[in-house]
Design a protein around this ligand. Structure first.
Ligand SMILES: [Cu+2]
Length: 649
């Protein structure tokens, strides 16, 4: 079974069980998808051969949704990205009124790569005489064990190919492999195809290189198997879990939020509130990923374009994989399904693609053992995790939103999967030969290089701290000289200043702390209530700003951005990054220098890390996690977890 058909099979046909959403933020249901497709067809926006790249909920006005209560009526709207003969169009639909409200051709932009293009890419090149000749030069004449990977081409398109819908196709030899297809790249051969008409436009062949000899596998049977079977250690909820999910609203401990899976963004958490059920307090209207930029660092013409925008060019929702209980998600977790539209607009179900689980952290949420009066108080740490696992080619990402008992929210990105590999001549690092073909990565097997690269994941954090009237405040840590002599000569103080205009935050994150304050509410001591952003270990892009791949992903040049709320600003690199040569998204929007003070503002946090591969990453990499925290700061009047019941003795 080809890898792509495995993708399609993951989507099981849906019963009629899935009625229209019961919450204004619910993803489109199967009947709604069918209704939308019917409207698009009858309006002539989905001709034969036309494709649905994505069909998703168009959210109602934020104010309306914030004020919504169960039972209140609400309109349902949809947004469709359509593709016909390589041309992109956008349609907006009012499902409640049963009509298409607008159709807009999208000029000079390309929509995300579609599943069928994944499928067709290999067949297109295998039918091409030049490609077959290049294979023959390598002794490959039987293509049944040749698999090809359709790669987005990046922002720089040759003038001759402008306006075409392009894919670069690289292939690998997979005979003898059981699960790892990244060990025998057929290096130096790259076909550029027109994905709309199935034509090979260009074939690059930089010369024959022998295939790596080793056949990698990450099957247990193929491992050393020297590790004895350990006694089981499990996350369990012996009396059942404390999670309530109804109409996609999750309630746990003092937290509540709505969750849905979007075809492009993946998991979207909305109406994030904390507090007693009677009076939950607003913390965030919406939290979601926004864009993921993955540039590889190899100058060869067959590699230099590899600078993927995994969300805008592929789609985290579409590529979300089922979470397997017991490994991806504890057996005590709650698995949620999702519904998306396939290319033809058929609703397909994705089983178990969101997992909501609680786990004991093994750490106290707070603790003190008082030696002076021999008292001990502590409370166990338990947290709730909302997890999805989109897989984009060789990379498996785990996205976790983690809710703690003390009002913290951790956003965590786990990088898993398999390093992208390049065939090289070097069999091992040897001072003599190592210089040239191992300069841009790490040899992980003879003739196989894992190429250096970065990951920059932008998160959109629409914080609503006690409402929408907010201020972004910089708490600058300022050293102070007290005196030039004496026992104590220096200290630091906090200088608070509001950030009044949108843009990237240029203050180094180790020189200041940032909070989103309520412009209206104060805590018992009179401080504005706020949530603080605690950055994790993160990096920003050091690629040249005029480099087209960097210019297109300008959001990655800074860790933190702030903008005023705008419903149509969801994607940090713009709506259509595929083949887009122009800066878009955050760098473009923020040129307007809009005011954000005492307004509904949105933070954008970029989790960035440089990945220099290592032997231990091969043939499958142990997870590498990065993230950041949002925590209450004078939001409460004291420790919000004081009322956590003590563990029964
Ligand atoms: Cu990586």
């Amino acid at each position: 079974m080809s890898w792509v058909s495995k993708l399609v099979v993951a989507a099981v046909a849906l019963g009629a069980a899935n009625a229209a959403g019961a919450h204004p933020l619910d993803a489109l249901s199967a009947p709604e998808i069918e209704a939308a497709v019917g409207l698009l067809r009858s309006a002539g926006h989905l001709p034969d051969g036309g494709k649905i790249v994505s069909l998703s909920l168009e959210e109602n006005d934020k104010a309306e949704v914030r004020a919504w209560t169960p039972g209140k009526p609400y309109a349902r709207r949809a947004f469709a990205v359509l593709l016909d003969k390589g041309k992109v169009g956008e349609a907006r639909l009012d499902l409640s009124a049963g009509k298409v409200t607008s159709f807009t051709p999208v000029l000079d932009r390309q929509a995300a790569v579609t599943i069928d293009e994944f499928l067709a890419a290999g067949e297109i090149v295998k039918a091409n005489a030049d490609w077959r000749a290049a294979m023959a030069k390598r002794g490959i004449t039987d293509f049944k064990n040749v698999e090809c990977f359709p790669l987005s081409v990046g922002p720089s398109v040759a003038p001759a190919f402008r306006g075409r819908r392009l894919l670069n196709v690289a292939c690998a030899e997979t005979s003898g492999t059981d699960n790892n297809w990244w060990g025998k790249p057929i290096e130096n051969v790259l076909a550029t195809v027109d994905a709309a008409n199935g034509e090979v436009l260009q074939l690059l062949d930089l010369g024959v290189l022998p295939l790596p000899a080793q056949t990698p596998s990450h099957k247990h049977e193929r491992s050393e198997r020297s590790r004895p079977q350990p006694k089981p250690v499990q996350i369990a909820a012996p009396q059942g879990n404390n999670i309530a999910v109804s109409d996609n609203v999750v309630r746990w401990d003092k937290w509540s939020f709505h969750v849905r899976l979007e075809p492009r963004l993946g998991a979207v958490l909305s109406l994030v509130r904390f507090g007693d059920a009677a009076a939950p307090r607003d913390i965030a209207y919406q939290l979601s990923a926004s864009e993921m930029f993955v540039p590889y660092m190899d100058p060869a013409p067959t590699w230099s374009f590899r600078a993927y925008m995994d969300i805008g060019e592929y789609g985290f929702g579409m590529l979300s994989t089922p979470l397997r209980p017991g490994v991806d998600c504890p057996a005590s977790g709650v698995l949620l399904d999702a519904t998306i539209a396939d290319l033809k607009g058929r609703p397909v179900g994705m089983k178990g693609v969101v997992c909501v689980f609680e786990r004991a952290t093994g750490d106290p949420v707070w603790r003190h053992d008082e030696v002076f009066n021999n008292t001990y108080e502590a409370r166990p740490g338990v947290e709730l995790v909302v997890r999805t696992a989109p897989v984009v080619g060789n990379y498996d990402y785990m996205l976790d939103y983690v809710f703690g008992r003390a009002g913290d929210i951790d956003v965590r990105l786990g990088a898993y999967g398999i390093d992208a590999t390049k065939g090289v001549a070097s069999q091992a690092i040897d001072a003599a030969t190592g210089a040239a073909d191992t300069a841009y990565g790490t040899l992980v097997a003879p003739r196989l290089l894992a190429v250096n690269h970065d990951h920059y994941m932008a998160f959109r954090l629409d914080l609503d701290v006690d409402g929408t009237a907010n201020r972004l405040v910089e708490d600058r840590i300022v050293p102070r000289r007290l005196s030039t002599e004496g026992a104590r000569r220096s200290l630091w103080q906090v200088e608070r200043r509001p950030v009044e205009t949108e843009g990237p935050i240029t203050t180094p994150l180790n020189a200041a702390q940032f909070r989103v304050e309520s412009a209206t509410r104060r805590n018992a001591m009179g401080y504005p209530t706020s949530y603080q952003l605690l950055p994790g270990h993160t990096a920003t892009s050091i690629l040249a700003p005029d480099d087209p791949i960097q210019a297109r992903a300008g959001f990655s040049a800074y860790t933190l951005w702030a903008t005023p709320f705008a419903a149509d600003e969801k994607y940090a690199a713009g709506n259509y990054p595929n083949q887009n040569p122009e800066p878009d998204g955050l760098p473009k929007w923020t040129q307007a220098k809009r005011g954000i003070d005492r307004q509904d503002l949105v933070l954008w946090y970029v989790v960035g890390f440089r990945h220099v591969p290592r032997a231990e990453d091969w043939p499958a990499m142990p997870g590498l996690w990065h993230g950041f925290r949002l925590r209450p700061f004078n939001f409460f009047d004291g420790n919000p977890a004081l009322d956590v019941p003590p563990v029964a003795p």
